[in-house]
Design a protein. Sequence first.
Lengths: 395, 239, 243, 306, 306
Amino acid sequence: AADAPSEIKIGTLYASSGRYASISMPVHAGLKLWAEQKNAEGGVYVKAFDKKIPIKLVAYDDQSNTATASTLYNQLITQDKVDLFVADSGSVLTAPAVTIARDHKMFLFDQTGTGASFFSKDNPYIALMSDPVSTIWPKPIADFLTKDGPALGIKRVAILYSTNEFTGTQANALRKFIKEANAPIEIVYDQGIPTETTNYTVILNNIRAAKPDAVIHLGYAPNDIAFLRNVQDLGIKFPMLFSIYAGLETELLEKNVGAKGLEHVFTYVPPSEMAYPVNFGMNIADYRKAWDKKYPDGKIEFGFNSVAGYTTGLVIEKTLAEATSLDQMELRRAVFSLSGKLKTLDGTFALDEMGGQVGELTPLGQIALNDHGHIKFVAIYPHDVATGKPVYPRP
Amino acid sequence: MASEAASLLEAKGVDAGYGTMQVLWGVDLDVRPGETVLLLGANGAGKTTFLKSLVGLIETRHGQIALGGHDVTRMRSSDRMRLGMTYMSELAVFPDLSIEENLKVGAQALGHANPGARTEELYGLFPVLREKRRNAASSLSGGQRKMLGIAKALAAEPKLLVMDEPSAGLSPLLVKEVLQVLSRLQGQGLALLIAEQNIGFLGVATRVFVLEGGRIRFSGTVAEMTDNEALRRAYFGLK
Amino acid sequence: MSPEPAPILAVNGLVKRFGGFHALDGVSFHVSAGEILGLVGPNGSGKTTTINVISGLYAPDGGTLTYDGASIGGLASHKLVHRGINRTFQIPKPFLSLTVRQNVEVALAYGRAEIAPPRLSDLLEQYHLADLADRPAADLNSSQQKMLDLVRALATRPRLLLLDELAAGLNPTELDWIAGHVRALAQSGLAIIVVEHLMGFIEQITDRVIVMNAGKDIFEGPLAVAVKVPQVIEVFLGGDHGV
Amino acid sequence: MLAYPLIAGVLFGLYFSLLGIGLNLVFGVMRIVNLAHGDFLMLGAFVAFGVFYLLGLDPLLAVPLAFMIFVIVGIVLYGLLVPRLQGSRDPEMLSIILFFGLSQVIEALVTIAFGTSERSIPSRELGSLTTTVAKAFGAKPEGGPVEIFGQSFPAAWVISAAVSIIAIALVYVYLYRTRLGTLTRAVMSRRDEAFATGINVDRVCAAAFGIGLGLAAIAGVFAPFMFGSVTPAFGADATVTAFVIVVLGSLGNPLGTALGGVVYGICYMLVQTYLSSWADLLPYVLLILVLLLRPSGLLGRKVRVA
Amino acid sequence: MPDFMRHMLVIVAPLVAAFAILPGVYDNHLLLFNFVIFLILAQGVNIIYGFTGYLPFGYVGFFGAGAYGFAIAVMHLHTPAPVAVLAAGAVGVLLGLLLTPLLRLSGAYFAIANLAAALAVLHFVANPALEQITKGPYGVALNGTFNPTLAYTGAVIILTLTLAFVVFLKNSSFGLALQAVREDAVSAAMAGVNVVRMRVIAWLASALVAGLAGGVFAWYVSVFYPDNVFSNDFSIFAIVFALFGGVATITGPIVGVVILYGIYNLIGFTTPQYFQLIYGVLIMALVLFLPAGLVSLATRRGWNVP
Ligand SMILES: Nc1ncnc2c1ncn2[C@@H]1O[C@H](COP(=O)(O)OP(=O)(O)OP(=O)(O)O)[C@@H](O)[C@H]1O
Ligand SMILES: Nc1ncnc2c1ncn2[C@@H]1O[C@H](COP(=O)(O)OP(=O)(O)OP(=O)(O)O)[C@@H](O)[C@H]1O
Ligand SMILES: [Mg+2]
Ligand SMILES: [Mg+2]
């Protein structure tokens, strides 16, 4: 091909401060790690020009402010004229990018914005890189409860969720899956609470009064931290306790809740614990090493989100190697062509027709402590990936 | 030199004003220990402004102010007052504090630890204040506030008391009582500098200064003032 | 004696309480157009409170207020202003950051509509505020602010004017000057209630005074008579006094 | 069912009072809208992290330490910022901008220094030095829950409520029983008259400002225990909550803040129990209702207008 | 009213013309759009704070309500977008009416109660129980109406109307009366001003302006969450911009937005690393060294700033 550019411009945002900083920064750090690693190798192979070209990451700080994010997204497209357009993480900060991408006919590499409203048949300009869409995410929990639960003695389930898009959608999905299964499972407590909630003592007291066999808590990391700490502070032992971030941001939770507080907690098993076989990019162990080397000060936690950012990088790399031009619809075609074929440390990359991620699913697992008090994961459901049996009820 | 050392308060060539507007032009005034000086002047002549610059509430742009022999021209108000001068402003009270607390603050601002006995004495002067001593000062009527203001300024047992229109708004009865109180305090050696319009105060004054348009127009004894036909006409009103 | 004109304002048994404290405890008096009524009494006897109630700042807790034949107790201040009642404040309350001119302009624009407004420049001139017209009211000292209060009140074209210690802080010459103005206003047909502690001033301008004590009216009549009433002397004047 | 949220409301409410009391001082005395109040709370939490993770000591020791540090920080900041601010025409409103800027700076610096992620301290570490004290409250050793009227509550709640009561009592003593406090209230009441009375207004205000920040920092020490974790962005929400509590109780009155906190706490817990998804709506509705019924807060009083 | 026409010609017309032309020369239309939005909001703050002294700390409540008003009109009533913008304005006014009792409060009490009201509206709108109507926390996606060019035009029209209203306030006895009310409500009443009605009118006008702005904002962005349109950053920015420029003038808030929001974006584009830090320091420095707002530079010299 003719005039190859001297660099491929990838535009993205991050939030160094504010409400969403703690989810945005690890994702962005993962993406940056990928970019720097590639540039150290002289760039990425771009099929459109049939050569290796360095990457230029154009990244602005939106400070968790969505109005700022909108202008900055626009800046990336209209002024910086980036070749590839990557959203900030989390649904709230991704939301403005969705419209803008569509308006400017730019294909949006959506890192972790799982909002159901982003994906529609009439919008071809988006695909979700690493998180499963919220509507299918809790399937393994529901299946475990309805299929294995009754035999274990799980009959009464409590659902507590934070009323935001991310966890609210999961709660709706979970409820639906349980009802559809027609299993002898009763939902004895089902409450949404504000996402800003940071103390659960009174709520826990109410849940306890409902005498559930399993408590499913769906909330963000700070919710999980406060929730699990309160459970510990009150000395309550629910027979089964599920929390999302015990698995997704294990390090963070371990720091804040302590290993003891996580023992026997059910959670999603993150890619870092599954050691998925990869056919592209670093595997989890190598990535961890690279991460620790680049971010030794521990200001940004290694976890699910850091894997997500790196995964975005890998998808982009593979896309560039696949696309015959940098035309946005061609990029889309290339991304979708990877579906089901690309296997990264985050699992199998697979998209539904609207761009939702359906491949990188997270099994249900349970946290156990080894003899040294270190955390390890036992995958429980689905059975084909299971590495052990659940400990139920919690001793 | 001897007379200078004898002055308790001495202002020389004071210029002061607000923002771009100069109000005072080279004002000279002195108060000797135990003396009562009356500052007269028309509405807007600059009496209040001058008192404020004496006690340090506004900056003195030129000139010097000495208090008990110390140059205090650049001193902040709280430090000046610690030298033994208190000020009764036109506002005079802390509206959100009770009467009793107002008196306490008056005393404590200058470091008097136990104002208790003094407070009783002041209540003796103004019984209505004792009656309302737990009420917020904001509930007081205009004249009651004046009483409180006077009492508050006295609570600190100053050597020199600077008062801005103590009689404005007081009933005739109270004006008389205030005059009595002041002459009693004079007897105890308190020096007074009073900006007033009420010529009743001439009775207790030793000397008079008259401000006009921000300049001293006259200074002298009460007798000298009453002898001056033009001044009488201007400041005593003609009937 | 000519028959008394019908009063423009009649106050009957007015009561105002603050918590358990009776600031007004049954005050009655009346005032007619063209008349200057003095309202005097010891500090805290309820003079300002009377004015506050008449001008609608506080609703009365008892008694009646009849203005122009209609009851006005509890009406909002601005409505009373539109009917022709206005006042000055003992502690003046101008619009501090507006200029003197703007202070008066507001009153000119929102005052009583029936009457053609007086000329702003005349008003300022008369009360010695013309030089200060374009300065913020915060730059005025308290007596100038009181004059501004008065000018603002006049700008609303009142028929009943309540003056709360307008003259406190003026020297005798200035008192004469303001007395002349107040008399002229009364001659032009205004009813005026004057609260003041300066007996000379009161003597000079009023025909009749009401002496208040502890929320009640204890005397009505000429000041010359009042000064001989023992109770008035005891609570208000003290000993002998020269008018 | 009702007893639990009520007791919880009182305990947590007392902590809420602690959250607001420093703000009340600063606002009441200087009419400064300290939008960075929550950021000082956050910094207080970081003092606790330091005491625990660097020195390995009981985080309770961070209470006096944080107080002292931030009293000094407050006095210095006062000198740098406030006199200049007071010289302007409308200091109360400008303080909003100034302290908004300060809050941005604090959050940015802390983020640069420590990163953005959540931090906390294990619950049982709070009061580890003073298990005797905890036992006196009926706690089992190792920071187990505390029984009150047969209901169990996190030990941290009880400890912070106790500290809060002590702090409020001390603020009350300071304001109403000490010389400095009387002068402070005089300044609160009318600044210009305070100058005229000979009060060293700057010194009085610097002290109040310092104490206000110190109290914020103390509240911050407990934040990781009461809110699970703390991030550098924690400040903004905390500031809002603190304002709500202070205004609920009425400005300038520490007892009002105590009452405001407890009322807030009880309502919060009741709503969380009976209408949990509306829990965040109700405190605000409560505030509005209280203010409409008593426009100057629960303990506010009416002022004479003319 | 010659001053009215002169101000319209000298200030409003060039500004509106500039924003009509700019999209042709500068491609980041959303940046321009946000400028217009903040110009509207800052003037809205000017109307209520500058002219009546009520600081609307929760101004975003009207903005967010307007945005949801727009969304609901489009989703449920299928109105065309311009009509939905009017509906958004109506929602703002309705919310304003609902909140008129707040005007009984003053100073910080009002500011905080207003903030509480905004948060209450946010939590109300975002409650899952209202999913059928507002989509609760799950966010709104409006497909049929998406049209950035028209939405931008709408915003410029709203800006023009808002400015015209401010010019009117500045040049009418109505505006003067509002300022009188701000200075002293009792005296204003004695000047014959119906204080309550004045305040309510200004309040509703300012609510209308924010509601309309929220409506066009929703129209432009199409996809948003409650957190997006109820972010209190909108309130704080609008207030900071207005105060920084100088309230109770026409030009102050304009200058404030152009400079501060300009710098804000400039920092964002050029030095992203320490964005927050630099912006915070800058704001503090401005307050300390230019405390009375930018227009004071001129007024101090005795110039009259419209
Ligand atoms: N805070 C202020 N800002 C600007 N100008 C002021 C201020 N206070 C007073 N002035 C002006 O200074 C001049 C002198 O005022 P000052 O108060 O000193 O007069 P005064 O002699 O005390 O009069 P009065 O007898 O009325 O009390 C007046 O013209 C007044 O307008
Ligand atoms: N808003 C209020 N709250 C509580 N008490 C009040 C209030 N207004 C007035 N009072 C009380 O009512 C009494 C009468 O006050 P008022 O101001 O009417 O007196 P006044 O006759 O005007 O006195 P002065 O001549 O000193 O101005 C006083 O004792 C005062 O403390
Ligand atoms: Mg004076
Ligand atoms: Mg009075």
